[in-house]
Design a protein around this ligand. Structure first.
Ligand code: PMP
Length: 354
């Protein structure tokens, strides 16, 4: 077919692909790192009491009540907090605001696969540094001059967290760049760099309410940084979408922050189940990384990851497989409830005994 002139103007992009969403209710879904437990009962109360007539009005333009609640939670100022429509929105905003150098931004070769997508979309030059054979990030690679750094800690999909010393080393050697630490999974036992914000004015920490706070459906993310950097994120937000957070999201996110006991309880349950499933998989000869997240990254020496993935799918258990260099024989398994993980382990045993 002949190409029409306007077709040359279409955006040439390969989008990020999220975990498959099941079409029926009988699927055990362990493929998107969602929390298996519901949000805090306080979130439920807020939803039940929500004044429906309020929806006729726009929400707070910068989600002020939520920024204040987050600031209080972390002992920061409201001016150190940015809020958005999930941490994907936060990260995209940060990439736009902070990665405008001619030098490439840098990140690990095995990492969150949205980073290269944003680089392509926003025309940001980028360079990857290979993680080692155990999927550890070599901080020395990041001593080279660059146009910015973005690293998830813990990393995804490897599940491996790096230490406080690693993050300080990274920051000490990148004082000329903005360093984004994507802490989507830090609540499950990783080190959080929030305590370093007062010391490094080039540090940006991003977090999400989707995982540890069971609010993936509400789409709430935050960035924490110096007041100066937050003002640049606000400028980007106000240049493309004034109200990324709706009124319901603002209220429910505050309610979630308000129930620290429930938060710690559910995170604790996930961590406990993670330990049990890690041990069970290792006893079945899987190689499983030490996870600081709500998912496991595993491979089996004698069975192809795709075969296991397809078998589980046929048993209505969805996990995640990435057809990508270096990790194409690995599986990423979200930690579900104990019952879900028992069903997962039974199916794995069934597969291995075939
Ligand atoms: N960062 C990482 C490393 C992730 O895995 C995810 C989840 N896909 C996100 C950020 C974004 O999550 P959300 O937009 O739900 O906050």
């Amino acid at each position: 077919m002949l190409e029409k002139p306007w077709q040359k103007n279409l955006l040439d992009i390969e989008p990020y692909v999220a975990g498959e969403q099941p079409k029926t209710d009988d699927i055990i879904k362990l493929n998107a790192n969602e929390n298996p437990y519901p949000p805090s009962p306080k979130v439920h109360e807020v939803l039940a009491d929500f004044e429906f007539g309020d929806l006729k009005k726009y929400p707070s333009i910068d989600a002020t009540p939520l920024r204040e609640a987050v600031a209080k939670y972390y002992g920061l100022k409201k001016e150190n907090v940015f809020t958005g429509n999930g941490s994907d929105d936060i990260l995209a905003t940060a990439f736009r605001a902070f990665f405008n150098s001619d030098k490439p931004i840098v990140y690990p070769d095995v990492t969150y696969s949205f980073y290269p997508v944003w680089c392509k979309l926003l025309k940001i030059p980028s360079k990857v540094y290979a993680v080692d054979e155990n999927f550890r990030i070599n901080v020395r690679d990041y001593y080279e001059p660059n146009g910015g750094v973005v690293i998830p800690n813990p990393n995804a999909p490897t599940s491996i967290g790096e230490s406080r010393d690693f993050i300080i080393d990274l920051l000490e050697h990148n004082k000329d760049s903005i360093v984004i630490i994507d802490e989507a999974y830090a609540d499950f036992g990783g080190y959080s760099a929030v305590e370093l914000l007062g010391k490094y004015d080039n540090l940006v920490v991003t977090q999400t309410f989707s995982k540890s706070r069971s609010l993936a459906g509400m789409r709430v993310g935050i960035a924490l940084a110096s007041e100066y950097l937050i003002s640049y994120m606000d400028a980007v937000k106000d240049s493309y979408n004034s109200y990324p957070l709706d009124s319901v999201a603002i209220k429910t996110a505050i309610a979630s922050l308000d129930d620290d006991e429930y938060f710690k309880q559910t995170v604790g349950k996930v961590v406990k189940t993670r330990k049990r499933v890690t041990e069970a998989l290792r006893s079945l000869e899987f190689k499983v990384a030490d996870s600081s997240t709500n998912f496991l990254f595993a491979t089996h020496p004698d069975h192809k990851a795709t075969d296991i993935f397809e078998y589980l799918k046929s048993k209505k258990i969805y996990i995640r497989y990435f057809n990508k260099p270096r990790i194409d024989n690995y599986l990423r398994i979200t930690i579900g409830t104990d019952d879900e993980m028992d069903a997962f382990l039974s199916a794995i045993k069934e597969y291995l005994s075939k």
